[in-house]
Write a protein that binds this ligand. Structure first.
Ligand code: FAD
Length: 415
């Protein structure tokens, strides 16, 4: 069994942001990242890919290019963690030992939770921005729509980027106008949730825009079945039972949940997420385990933006452990729930939602009301933030916008 000071599960933004800094501090052969994929995707770009504004290739880099130089990349999947032995078992049958473990395995997409979806997906107008295999089809199918129902769904589970299922509605609605078919298309957002967005501060604005653009919103409508050959979708509702809709285009945000190995290894909370303190991100039972990103139990909205701040917290607290001076819960760095959702409402329009997932309170970086639809914010999100992701977050250099938020706030106060 190979032995490492730190083993990181997952080479997404959560795993790489932490392992890049730690491997610089600890040097070669001390940090391993376990990650099966050959490609790393900047998934936030997939909304733009589905909306025809970026290509899938724009969102992809070879994993080998983004893996930190001083990290040992173990190309396998973790099948189980043995937290009492400080080992992990891999899909190739080998195991690896650790002193400290960081779990950042992301959220799992559960296509098979919806009857008929797997069979229907990628054909006859059914697509999803939630997979590299289907995201380009979203734009192709949108272009094919000449009339009828264009339906967009939100599932009855937690999802990564809870704004993503609705962003593509606005981009498609604009595309139907550009294509001259808007008056023949019924644009419908069918969500299992009771409202368009969890944080009312931004949600009220989004709902107003939907109403003004004649987008029908059906809440507490949960997709339960797709019959691809008949182009029919079935939704569970609280009062009308199962409702049937015909569609010409169906965009599915699929059910999602924690990877199974977490629970099977005894690391999960009741729902199966890695059970950590929402402040220190340290495991509630095993002090030498941390988690960040989509697979952690931190009750914020699951985004790469949240990881910018979470990564700083994990690095700070874990560095103290590694130095033999572990911080008490009072001394430790604490995550404030910061998360962000760039709400794309058109090719050149974006509402930059930034808030704490813990309090629901806005945490806006810029000294303007960020509920305003902004062309500048769209440019920032589409062209600048991807660069910050590749060159800042993944390399461990970018730990969120708090510094800028404070500078802008000081400026504003001084005026
Ligand atoms: P991931 O990025 O999912 O990475 C997890 C990694 O772990 C993967 O590489 C996977 O291969 C690996 N892995 C999984 N299981 C195992 C295992 N058993 N063993 C070893 N490795 C394993 N975020 C934003 O901030 N802004 C946005 O605008 C935004 N828009 C989005 C739009 C879409 C359509 C989607 C799909 C996501 C969007 N997100 C957005 C969310 C963002 O992409 C995720 O929150 C982020 O990627 C989570 O990072 P992570 O490291 O926790 O998990």
């Amino acid at each position: 069994t190979k032995q490492y000071k730190v083993v990181v599960v997952g080479g997404g933004p959560g795993g790489l942001s932490v392992s890049s800094t730690l491997s610089e501090q600890l040097g070669h052969r001390n940090v391993a990242v376990i990650e099966p994929s050959a490609v790393h995707y900047y998934q936030p770009m997939w909304t733009y890919v589905g909306g025809g504004l970026k290509s899938l290739a724009d969102s992809a880099r070879p994993m080998a290019d983004v893996m930190p130089n001083k990290v040992d990349w173990v190309r396998a999947k973790v099948t189980q963690v043995q937290p009492e032995q400080n080992t992990v078992t891999l899909s190739d049958g080998t195991s690896v030992g650790y002193e400290y473990l960081v779990v950042a395995a992301g959220i799992q997409i559960n296509w098979d939770k919806i009857k008929g979806l797997k069979e229907a997906l990628g054909k006859n107008g059914v697509s999803s921005n939630y997979s590299a295999d289907t995201v380009e089809k979203t734009w192709r199918f949108i272009q094919n729509v000449k009339g009828g129902n264009a339906i967009f769904t939100f599932p009855g589970t937690p999802v990564k980027c809870p704004g993503a299922p609705v962003k593509i509605v606005y981009l498609a609605e604009e595309a139907f106008r550009d294509n001259g078919v808007r008056d023949k298309v019924n644009v419908m957002y069918n969500s299992a949730l009771p409202k368009i967005f969890g944080v009312d501060h931004y949600g009220k604005e989004l709902q107003k825009i939907a109403d003004a653009r004649n987008i029908t919103t059906n809440f507490q409508h949960e997709l339960v079945e797709v019959r691809g050959d008949d182009k029919k979708a079935f939704f569970k509702t609280p009062d009308a039972g199962i409702k049937e809709f015909d569609y010409e285009f169906l965009h599915v945000a699929p059910p999602q949940g924690p990877p199974a190995f977490i629970k099977e290894s005894g690391l999960g909370d009741a729902a199966g997420w890695v059970d950590v303190s929402k402040e220190t991100l340290r495991h509630n039972k095993y002090p030498n385990i941390y988690a960040l990103g989509d697979s952690s139990s931190a009750p914020t909205s699951k985004t790469a933006a949240a990881i910018t701040v979470e990564s700083a917290v994990v690095k700070h607290n874990l560095a103290a452990d590694l130095a033999g001076k572990p911080l008490s819960a009072e001394q430790a760095a604490k995550y404030d729930g910061y998360t962000s959702c760039p709400l794309i409402v058109g090719k050149n329009k974006l509402i930059l939602a930034e808030f704490s997932g813990y309090t629901g309170k806005p945490m806006e970086t810029f000294p303007v009301d960020q509920r305003t639809q902004s062309r500048v914010a769209q440019y920032l999100n589409k062209e600048i933030i991807p660069e910050i992701y590749w060159n800042g977050l993944l390399t461990g250099a970018w730990t969120g916008p708090a510094r800028f938020r404070n500078i802008f706030a000081a400026f504003k106060a001084a005026q």
